[in-house]
Every structure is written in structure tokens, then in C-alpha cells.
Design a protein around this ligand. Structure first.
Ligand code: FMN
Length: 341
């Protein structure tokens, strides 16, 4: 690999932790982050992460084995904390000697961090606030991801730039913090590394790589879209808290509004409780994302995408994307040096 001296120096801690050449993670994307994309990312010097999503332990078992057949480099597995079989999924990761488990979708349930670490794996958690980040580190998380609202998929309310300013100065010197959300080019990577990040996580920029199995229609929708097309879903009923999802605007966006009204009615009628209501909403997303990614239904499916989608213009091999990001970061850091001199 070309020498990216300044960027590599700033990424050194992250690379050591991940066991990679670059501290660039491709965040898990349900249906997209399967064996092909994950192995391609890891083979190209990044860190691929399998999206377990709603998979059963049997399906995850198959996916990990298939990924291992395609790469000898390290990769991670992203598990959703509310998965009813979380602990069985952790066992599957242990069986395969998965080195890094990412816990997404909320505060890790009691015993889950310990169970992963007992198997010798590292745990990466999402930190939505500084206070929760500190708590997660105290509870045993080995690294944190902070993800701003520019990201694709389920999002929090605060932008990446603000989260980075709130969290990096306090935690990044002594802990490993990876920054995600809205990163489309290497100049932004350079900026977050200079603020103390150990590395970065991107999703949108990799979703349409040549190695991604996403349907051609899904990829075309990405290539056509600009930042303003990637909108956050709106909560319709104040009693039904719905985690917003950022996706490209289409008929599916409207159907989601209708779905929320339908679920709120069931809640009113006492036919479902709050937990069931929220699960119905999550199932809606999982189904809609599958329709877009796998079946290519970009009308009513959910084309989850971050605001950096405007910087995704064509299908490129993962290795080229990573090389471009590293070169852009290196040029930015070199130019800063020139100004200082
Ligand atoms: C299509 C799509 C699906 C995603 N699915 C998941 C998921 O299943 N689990 C998860 O933790 N994050 C998911 N994400 C978030 C990504 O892992 C990553 O953190 C995010 O894309 C980074 O921000 P960016 O999109 O601005 O690059 C998804 C993102 C996209 C675009």
C-alpha cells in the first residue's frame, strides 16, 4: 500500500486495536454488509463488519463461516442489543473466534459485554452522549463509536461535528473513539483524526461499492441523489417514540407515516403494548430495507442513506474508495504542514 505517513501515524492506535492497515471501518449495514462487502473491506486494509440485524444464530453462523472463507483479515460482527437471542449470537461469534463485536441499538443488556469479553473478543459500543460514553467505558467497552445525525439508517439527534467536539476532547486521549456520520471524503477524516479520533466509520460511501450485492436500482438511486434527498423520518404520534431513520425520500417515506398512524391506533385500542408497537415499527424498516437492497424496489422500499450520498457518484471497488480516502486525508494533512511552515 502507498505510504500515507501522516494519516497512518494518526491512525496507529486504531489500526493496532482493529488489526488493520487503515483505521477505516465500514459500519454494518443490514442486508448490505454480508460476506462479499465485509471481506472486500477487510482485504483492502479496512475493517469490515457483518450486519447481523434480525438473523437467527444459524444464519449468522453461516455468514461468519462464509466471510472467513473469503478473507484471512480481521472483521467484526454487529449485533443489535434488542435481538431476543443476543446471547446465542454472542456464542456463535465465540465459536468462530470473531475478534470484535459491535453492540448497536441501545444500551447493552446486563451481562452481554462480559459474555463477549469472556470469549476474548473486543467490544465496541455506540456512545450517544459523553455521560453514556464514560459509563460504557466503565462497564468494559474497549472502544466507542460516536455517530452523528448525518448518517444513514437509525440516527440520534445530534450532528457529528457537535458530538465530536463534546466527546473527543474528554475521552479520545485515553480511549479509542471512532467517528461516524456524514464522512464522504478524506479531508473530513483528517479533521477528526486531528481532534483525537482513533479512526472513522463510514457506511454510505461503501454501500454501492462494486463488491456490494445491493441491487442495481438501489445503487442508481444513490448515484442520482444529493445530500438533501437523504431525509430523517418524522415522528407522527408523540406517544409512540420512534427512532428516526435517514433514507432517500420516496413513496416508502409516506408509507412509514401511514404505518405509524396504524400502530398508534393499535396502541390506543389496547391491542398492542408499547414494546410491541416499537417492534412493529422496527420490523417495518427491516422489511422495507430488504425490499430496496435485495429486490431493487426503490419506490416503496427503504433506501437508507446518509447525507454524504451526494458524494457517491459511481460504482467503485472498495480498494479504490479506501485509497482515495487515504490520499485525500494525507493531502489535507500535508497542506496543513505547508501552511505551518
Ligand atoms: C443502508 C444502511 C443500513 C444500515 N444498517 C445498520 C445496521 O443494521 N446496524 C447499525 O449499527 N448501523 C447501520 N447503519 C449505519 C452504518 O453502520 C454507519 O454507522 C453509518 O452509515 C455511518 O454514517 P454514513 O452513512 O454517513 O457514512 C446503516 C447505514 C446504512 C446506510
Amino acid at each position: 500500500m502507498t505510504a500515507y505517513t501522516k494519516t497512518s501515524a494518526l491512525m496507529a492506535r486504531g489500526c493496532e486495536f482493529l488489526g488493520t492497515e487503515t483505521a477505516i471501518l465500514c459500519g454494518a449495514m443490514s442486508w448490505v454488509s454480508e460476506r462479499n462487502l465485509v471481506s472486500a473491506i477487510s482485504n483492502a486494509g479496512g475493517f469490515g463488519v457483518i450486519a447481523c440485524g434480525a438473523m437467527t444464530p444459524e444464519l449468522l453462523d453461516t455468514e461468519i463461516a462464509a466471510t472467513k472463507a473469503l478473507t484471512s483479515k480481521p472483521f467484526g460482527v454487529n449485533l443489535i442489543t434488542m435481538h431476543p437471542m443476543l446471547f446465542d449470537l454472542i456464542d456463535v461469534c465465540a465459536k468462530h473466534g470473531v475478534t470484535h463485536v459491535v453492540l448497536a441499538g441501545g444500551i447493552p443488556p446486563k451481562g452481554s459485554v462480559e459474555a463477549i469479553k469472556a470469549n476474548g473478543a473486543k467490544v465496541i459500543c455506540f456512545a450517544p452522549t459523553l455521560a453514556l460514553g464514560k459509563k460504557l467505558l466503565r462497564s468494559g467497552a474497549d472502544a466507542l463509536v460516536i455517530e452523528g445525525s448525518e448518517a444513514g439508517g437509525h440516527i440520534g439527534p445530534v450532528s457529528t461535528s457537535v458530538l465530536a467536539q463534546e466527546i473527543l476532547p474528554s475521552l479520545a486521549a485515553d480511549n479509542l473513539v471512532f467517528v461516524a456520520g456524514g464522512i464522504g471524503r478524506g479531508e473530513a477524516i483528517a479533521g477528526y483524526l486531528e481532534m483525537g479520533a482513533a479512526g472513522v466509520q463510514l457506511g454510505t460511501r461503501f454501500a454501492c461499492a462494486s463488491e456490494s450485492i445491493a441491487h442495481e436500482a438501489f445503487k442508481k438511486a444513490f448515484f442520482r441523489a444529493s445530500a438533501r434527498d437523504a431525509v430523517a423520518s418524522v415522528q407522527v404520534d408523540p406517544r409512540l417514540p420512534v427512532i428516526p431513520v435517514r433514507a432517500l425520500k420516496n413513496k416508502g417515506t409516506e408509507e412509514f407515516t401511514a404505518k405509524q398512524i396504524e400502530v398508534a391506533r393499535l396502541l390506543d385500542a389496547g391491542e398492542v403494548d408499547m414494546g410491541e408497537a416499537q417492534l412493529k415499527i422496527e420490523h417495518f424498516w427491516a422489511g422495507a430495507l430488504r425490499r430496496a437492497v435485495i429486490d431493487g424496489d426503490v419506490e416503496s422500499g427503504s433506501i437508507m442513506a446518509g447525507q454524504s450520498v451526494g458524494m457517491v457518484g459511481k460504482e467503485e471497488p472498495v480498494a479504490e474508495i479506501i485509497a482515495a480516502l487515504m490520499a485525500e486525508s494525507e493531502a489535507a494533512l500535508t497542506n496543513r504542514g505547508a501552511v505551518a511552515a
